[in-house]
Design a protein around this ligand. Structure first.
Ligand code: 6PG
Length: 214
């Protein structure tokens, strides 16, 4: 069963996530999978100022939109601006979303397969219960292997690349961030295991009171 921790504010959530990630990296974790979306931004800013031996770390992404890396919707661009432009990981495996779902997925499947099991995975949670680009009721949730191409995603842009549920479930540390009242319904459904974000048994969810429905 996932563990759910409720903290007072989004800043507390960001700080707790950064502390968890720093502890894992300084404890020997070598691969760090970054989340997309807006919630992790503050956590990334805190990570950028933390004491981490980034030269030992390989950074990957949980999902990416099929846009160029400098596009405002790019998860890579978000991570570069808030973290990767300020630290120097040994390796950053960007998902080359601009190549389109098929080619980018084939390339990333090989990269993740060579590095699995992943050590630390940070995820966000969508209001519909998705995580990464695995959307409730969509066929990609059943994908095997390490990466899967996504078309017609309900959350634009429609074309994406995502790690698969098995890739996420096999990671050693999974941290899911959810803040704001808009996520309360998704958190409740995740608690019941009804949506992809709730299907990672060993995950640690870090919530603020609003996302916890309090
Ligand atoms: C994406 C993200 C996605 C995100 C959730 C939450 O590429 O859109 O990977 O899974 O984590 O939609 O997004 P917010 O943090 O912006 O609410």
């Amino acid at each position: 069963m996932p563990e759910f921790q409720v903290l007072a504010t989004p800043e507390d959530v960001a700080r707790a996530a950064a502390d968890q990630i720093v502890a894992a990296l300084n404890g020997g974790a070598r691969t760090l999978v970054l989340a997309g979306g807006n919630t992790p931004k503050r956590c990334y800013e805190l990570l950028a100022g933390a004491e981490v031996m980034w030269g030992r770390v390989t950074v990957l992404f949980g999902d990416e939109r099929c846009v160029p890396p400098d596009h405002p919707e790019s998860n890579y661009r978000t991570a570069r601006e808030s973290l990767l432009g300020r630290v120097a990981p040994a390796t950053v495996h960007r998902i080359a979303g601009e190549l389109g779902p098929d080619e980018a997925t084939a390339a990333y499947d090989r990269i993740v397969g060579a590095l699995a099991p992943l050590d630390v995975v940070l995820l966000g949670a969508g209001e519909d219960g998705h995580t990464a680009s695995l959307f409730p009721g969509h066929p990609e949730v059943q994908a095997t292997g390490w990466a899967v191409g996504v078309r017609n995603a309900p959350k634009p842009p429609p074309d994406r690349v995502s790690l698969t549920l098995p890739a996420l479930q096999g990671a050693r540390h999974v941290i899911v961030l959810a803040t704001g009242a808009g996520k309360a319904e998704a958190v409740a459904r995740a608690r019941r295991g009804e949506v992809p974000s709730g299907m990672i048994a060993g995950a640690l969810w870090l919530l603020d009171r609003a996302a916890a429905g309090q």
